[in-house]
Design a protein around this ligand. Structure first.
Ligand SMILES: Nc1nc2c(ncn2[C@@H]2O[C@H](COP(=O)(O)OP(=O)(O)OP(=O)(O)O)[C@@H](O)[C@H]2O)c(=O)[nH]1
Ligand SMILES: [Mg+2]
Length: 352
């Protein structure tokens, strides 16, 4: 970035630096700083004389135009993630959930064969099994996870082990298919597993299984349970299926495809910053420990999952405020089924 002072004429030094840079102009972005108002912006034509292309106006003091320049920078990087993905390796879907919810039954149904032992006794599946599967013409790797490996002693341990298993398999998952036994409703353990899924960065589809075996009254009760206990993952699509009969299973493919697209989506830096500026002006972050935090700018640093870094000055951004920003982002963009990582990074105050 070759920074020049828009309020001054081209200096001898500017001209000398420009001459050096003209040997590789494609690697230079000419940035005109101190463009604090419109009339300065209209007066930039003279800087074309540097021979480095268009001067990009910013005001570093006011944070204006900085995001657009960041976009220019980012656009010149090779897109590593997309290149990684050129190998076309199938995406991984991990079936997770408590013992006996029907994970192996779902895997068998999707495979169209009885690959995995299914039984009414919890803890049947002992090791994670992965199998290639095609859903709606798209290849995936499907992982059936073990509920519990070793039969543990009592309640707490059972929960501990199945969560540990889920954690392991989530590490490699693009999308987690979280199975719930609709007959039993959402339990505390389901909540713990959902937390792990959301934290893992995998996409999430919530599946209420055994929908064939449940009557109207129970359905209502189960739906209420989802609303009450899964509020923190209310961004995940919820499917009601029967892994046993295959009823409504055709909804799975489209849901997974949507989640994969959303999890790979990218918000342009300029747009992101315009939105965040508007939101924070309407609802400034609250004062914490006597200081009011201010978001200077934001950039989406990565996808899968979408990861956004907020550069903050002044005080510290609280969890509530991060959730506020996340909710606005979800209203504005389709992130259904995808977690969003918001990372607040404090900038040191300028020395006086
Ligand atoms: N009615 C009904 N029963 C189901 C359905 N899916 C699974 N089941 C039954 O639930 C029991 C457990 O199914 P599994 O597929 O072994 O469950 P799992 O989650 O793999 O269990 P573990 O491997 O032990 O963790 C079996 O008796 C299945 O027949 C369903 O959609 N409807
Ligand atoms: Mg099983």
């Amino acid at each position: 970035l070759f920074l020049i002072d828009a309020q001054a004429d081209i200096s001898k030094d500017d001209a000398a630096v420009a001459e050096l840079l003209r040997s590789a102009p494609e690697r230079v972005i000419l940035v005109a700083n101190k463009v604090d108002n419109e009339s300065i912006a209209e007066d930039l034509a003279g800087f074309w004389r540097l021979g480095l292309g268009e001067p990009h106006p910013i005001s570093a003091v006011h944070g204006v135009g900085v995001a657009d320049v960041l976009d220019l920078v980012v656009n010149r990087f090779p897109d590593v993630e997309e290149e990684d993905r050129k190998d076309d390796s199938p995406r991984t879907l991990a079936i997770i959930g408590r013992p006996n919810v029907g994970k192996s039954t779902l895997l068998n149904n999707l495979l169209g064969e009885d690959r995995v032992v299914v039984s009414p006794i919890g803890g049947t599946t002992r090791d994670p099994i992965d199998a290639p599967v095609e859903i709606d013409g798209i290849s995936y790797t499907l992982i059936d996870t073990a509920g519990i490996r070793r039969a543990p002693k009592v309640g707490e341990d059972a929960e501990f082990y199945s969560i540990l298993r889920a954690k392991e398999v989530l590490r490699d998952a693009d999308v987690a298919l979280l199975l719930i036994d609709a007959l039993e409703g959402v339990t505390h353990q389901d909540q713990r597993i959902a937390e792990e899924a959301a934290e893992s960065g995998a996409g999430l589809v919530v599946i209420l299984n055994k929908w064939d075996a449940i009557d109207t009254e129970e359905r209502e009760w189960t739906e209420d349970g989802v609303a009450d206990r899964f509020g923190f993952v209310d961004w995940a699509p919820v499917l009601r299926i029967s892994a046993l009969t295959g009823s409504r299973l055709k909804r799975l493919g489209p849901a997974v495809e949507r989640v994969l697209v959303n999890r790979a989506s990218r918000i342009p830096t300029g747009e992101l910053n315009r939105l965040i500026t508007a939101w924070t002006q309407a609802h400034p972050a609250p004062v914490r420990k006597g200081r009011r935090p201010r978001i200077l700018y934001a950039v989406q640093a990565g996808t899968e999952p979408p990861t956004i870094i907020l550069f903050v000055s002044g005080g510290e951004l609280g969890e509530d405020y991060l959730r506020f920003i996340e909710n606005r982002l979800r209203e504005r963009f389709d992130f259904e089924g995808s977690p969003i990582r918001l990372i607040a990074r404090r900038k040191n105050r300028r020395p006086r």
